[in-house]
Design a protein around this ligand. Structure first.
Ligand code: NAD
Length: 476
């Protein structure tokens, strides 16, 4: 029987793996080869993308966990090497965000996304034997990714999903398809370079709603993960499959009279302006107790904020929103733009030191009420902390996503934490501390707010499997 070239390669890889896991260099083409037809893991047809991921998952599942780690280590290395490239291409393709901050986001993902160490076992041992609950892979995951953190999400999801033993078919945002597919290519090259399978992560050249629908309904996809706005999260949650919904937020930051007001102002401006406010966890509006509101505004101006007049606020509303089918929606040409660019759009010229636009307004002002994803911070003045908590809860719209507070009163912090009931609650720091950036804990760009898993990691992409040995292996 004739043995094909591909089969020979597979056998050699298998032998190398079994011997010592020694690194084998296969097809080490540079990641920045952007010729679309040469991208590894990217297919013309979604059925082929799913079939390839299924085959790769069958290869990865029996491999030692140590081998998964070897692939993950190479993904981390290549992400660090290509952080600048991904950041630049991401900004170029989507028109959104800040290259320097996107580089930091990639470094964070590369260095701190949990790998296989995130998986744990629960055990019961006794007279009737030993029972384990093991966290096993689902198989092939279908993952929808956003335009706001495109490659950060693809790489972070890939590490966590692979650590848990899965392969993944991505449905990247069409507005970020080139750079997302390049990140998928990098994941596969990282695997192949160390002797792992290709197609651990796959996608198609032309992602679309139709392609996503095939993924959502496909018999070979066992788990769906949606990172995006309410539309896609609701769609995957209606699919009839197990799904994780990482949806929209509108994080309020509450400042009470006990706060260190100057530090609060600096933290809020730093958090709000990170990557031009694209992260879903970023401060989207401020609720300030009357006693410190003026001082807070003063320090925010000192920290690089431009205070817009009522007329300028009106112009911003007319610029930032557009009407579509009778609905007010965000003007995509404003999302993820810098304060300077947004001000230019309403005829105001400022220097590079201006990082954020602030104004005082009612909670119902659309720039406060809606999730904007741009560095505009409305400030709602309230009489006291109780009114502040109630206002913040209203502004969070029940997304249960993120909320932040600056206060030195444990009582106030506790009261707010209980009332707001969000997946993320940062106290006395910028919002990005929630991602392990100046705060403890690991990062993710998929925060399962709607479905309650919170910050996703390898363990979130597993299913619980009970493994029972009767009448043996208890050695107590
Ligand atoms: P978006 O909702 O426009 O797109 C997200 C993804 O969903 C894209 O891949 C898009 O093609 C797809 N999509 C949208 N509607 C769909 C449908 N009905 N069926 C199938 N696919 C569909 O979001 P975006 O602009 O890329 O990202 C911004 C939004 O995502 C914000 O609301 C933000 O808060 C949220 N977000 C949440 C998290 C989180 O972890 N919770 C992370 C990033 C972004």
């Amino acid at each position: 029987m004739a043995v094909s070239e591909q089969e020979i390669q597979n056998i050699v890889r298998g032998v190398l793996r079994n011997m010592s896991g020694a690194a084998e260099t296969v097809n080490p083409a540079p990641v920045h080869n952007t010729q679309p037809k040469q991208l590894m893991g990217i297919f013309e047809n979604v059925e082929d993308a799913i079939a390839a991921a299924k085959k790769a998952q069958k290869e990865i599942q029996p491999m030692p966990l140590e081998f998964r780690e070897k692939i993950i280590a190479n993904i981390r290395k290549k992400t660090l090497e290509n952080a600048k490239l991904f950041a630049e291409l991401g900004v170029e393709e989507t028109g959104m965000g800040n290259v320097g901050h996107k580089i930091l986001k990639h470094q964070l993902v590369a260095e701190k996304t949990p790998g296989t160490e995130d998986l744990s076992t629960v055990a019961w041992s006794g007279d009737r034997g030993l029972t384990l609950i093991e966290q096993g892979p689902w198989g092939v995951i279908g993952a929808v990714t956003p335009s706001t953190n495109p490659t950060e999400t693809v790489i972070c999801n890939s590490i966590g999903m692979l650590a848990a033993g899965n392969a993944v078919v991505f449905a990247p945002h069409p507005a970020a398809k080139k750079v997302s597919n390049l990140a998928i290519d990098m994941v596969n090259r990282a695997s192949v370079e160390v002797g792992g399978p290709e197609n651990l992560a796959t996608a198609v050249y032309e992602p679309s709603m139709e392609v996503s629908q095939v993924i959502f309904k496909h018999k070979d996809i066992q788990l769906l993960v949606a990172t995006g706005g309410p539309g896609v999260v609701t769609t995957v949650l209606s699919s009839g499959k197990r799904a994780l919904g990482a949806g929209a937020g509108n994080p309020p930051v509450l400042v009470d009279e006990t706060a260190n007001v100057q530090k609060a102002a600096e933290d809020i401006v730093n958090g709000c302006t990170f990557d031009n406010n694209l992260p879903c966890i970023a401060e989207k509006e401020v609720v300030a107790v009357d006693l410190i509101a003026d001082e807070l505004i003063y320090h925010m101006e000192q920290a690089g904020c431009y205070k817009a007049s009522p007329e300028e606020v009106q112009k911003l509303i007319e610029t930032v929103f557009i009407e579509k089918n009778g609905r007010r929606i965000l003007n995509r040409k404003c999302v993820g733009r810098s304060a300077k660019v947004l001000l230019e759009k309403i005829g105001v010229t400022v220097g590079d030191e201006i990082r954020c636009i602030i104004f005082e307004g009612e909670k119902t002002n659309p720039l406060i009420w809606e999730e904007l994803m741009m560095p505009i911070l409305g400030i709602v003045r309230v009489k006291n902390v109780d009114e502040g908590i109630a206002t913040s809860v209203e502004l969070e719209h029940g997304n249960r996503h993120s909320a932040h507070m600056h206060s030195t009163s444990v009582v106030n912090l506790t009261k707010y934490g209980k009332a707001i009931d969000t997946a993320i609650f940062v106290k006395n720091g910028p919002s990005y501390a929630a991602l392990g950036f100046g705060g403890e804990g690991y990062p993710t760009f998929t925060i399962a707010s709607r479905t309650g898993e919170g910050l996703t990691s390898a363990k979130t992409f597993t299913k619980m499997r009970r493994c029972v040995m009767c009448d043996a292996l208890c050695i107590r």
